[in-house]
Ligand binder design. Structure first.
Ligand code: PLP
Length: 320
């Protein structure tokens, strides 16, 4: 067991001690794709959705990865199981086109793609501390629907956000809002949840998908249509979603206060509910213990009302 676990082509060990071959095309071209999610009690959030998107990115990048879904799932579970206990872990994995002498052209067919992964303990950001954003022109290429390793514009955008004391950068092409540097962005306006459509300008986020489903479950109408920076600034609420932070409310953009006008609906879309949606389904399939969770929740209700922070950790631990 290690606190931080590393994995490269079936080799597993302490993350800090793992090494990768110099010929890996991820190093020269960012020639690969990745996925990331958090795991509570070693159950990754929305793993099937992440695997769907992973195979789609591989197809679009023409990376001939041979491992099937159940093998990938099993390898990732090995990495998670090798990690020291923590209520929540962060699970990252990437597949590169393989190890070969540097050449822009794809390597010979016998070169096999590489699978790399790591797991680290993770702390969810509290919803009570909303995000501060900066806004920036979106200068990324037009393949944003593929989760490639090429992330330089996003790295620069996040650096600018950090320098401004902010959490994320919201990107726009002209007046049209696309997404954030490593998250999707949605707005609530007049009771409708609106988010950009899944074209080549945004990553089809897994948390975005679950947010839309959760809104429908709460009878909140949804609209997958582009919106402008002006509409963003005037939204009743702004929600930033990603698999590492799940659902975050936004309180300012470029240091101007925004949102905060629909607390009731934002509470319905709280990130605990997103986590629960997926995990309940998995828990039911894996261990059929939904009834026990309901029981635990009933007992905990008085505690949860008064100590919301405690709620999440207790529920996550007890659901395991
Ligand atoms: N958009 C971009 C550019 C991202 O990098 C990410 C996450 O890494 C997201 C959106 C959110 O996607 P998900 O909810 O699947 O984590």
């Amino acid at each position: 067991m290690w606190k931080n676990v590393g994995y490269y082509n079936e080799e597993i060990g302490a993350l800090e001690e793992m090494k990768v071959p110099m010929g890996d095309r991820a190093l020269y071209f960012g020639d690969g794709i990745y996925e990331a999610t958090c795991a509570a009690n070693r159950i990754p959030f929305a793993i099937e959705d992440h695997l769907d998107r992973m195979y789609n990115s591989l197809r679009l990048m023409e990376i001939p990865f041979q491992m099937d879904r159940s093998q990938v799932r099993a390898e990732l579970q090995k990495v998670l199981d090798a990690a020291e206990d923590a209520p929540i872990h962060f699970l990252y994995w990437q597949i590169s086109r393989g190890v070969a002498p540097r050449n822009h052209v794809f390597p010979e067919a016998e070169v096999k793609p590489t699978l790399m992964a790591y797991v680290r303990p993770h702390t969810m950001k509290p919803l009570e501390k909303p995000y501060k954003l900066i806004s920036m022109e979106d200068i990324r290429f037009r393949l944003c629907n593929i989760k490639t390793l090429n992330l330089i514009p996003s790295v620069l955008a996040n650096q600018r956000a950090a320098e401004a004391g902010c959490d994320e950068a919201v990107l726009h092409r002209g007046s049209r809002v696309t997404e954030c540097a490593h998250s999707n962005i949605s707005i609530l306006k007049d009771g409708v949840l609106r988010t950009a459509p899944t074209d080549e300008l945004i990553l089809p986020g897994i948390t975005r998908k679950h947010l839309l489903a959760l809104a429908k479950e709460h009878d909140i109408p949804t609209l997958e249509e582009p919106f402008s920076m002006v509409e963003l600034m005037n939204a009743d609420e702004i929600i930033v979603t990603s698999s590492s932070a799940l659902c975050m409310r936004v309180e300012s953009i470029d240091h101007i206060p925004v949102g905060g006008k629909d607390p009731q609906r934002i509470q319905m879309l709280h990130h605990e509910h997103i986590f629960d949606r997926d995990r309940h389904g998995q828990a039911a399939r894996r261990r059929n213990h939904v009834a026990r969770v309901a029981e635990v929740r009933r007992h905990l209700y008085p505690v949860r009302r008064h100590v919301p922070q405690l709620d999440r950790s207790l529920i996550l631990i007890l659901e395991g």
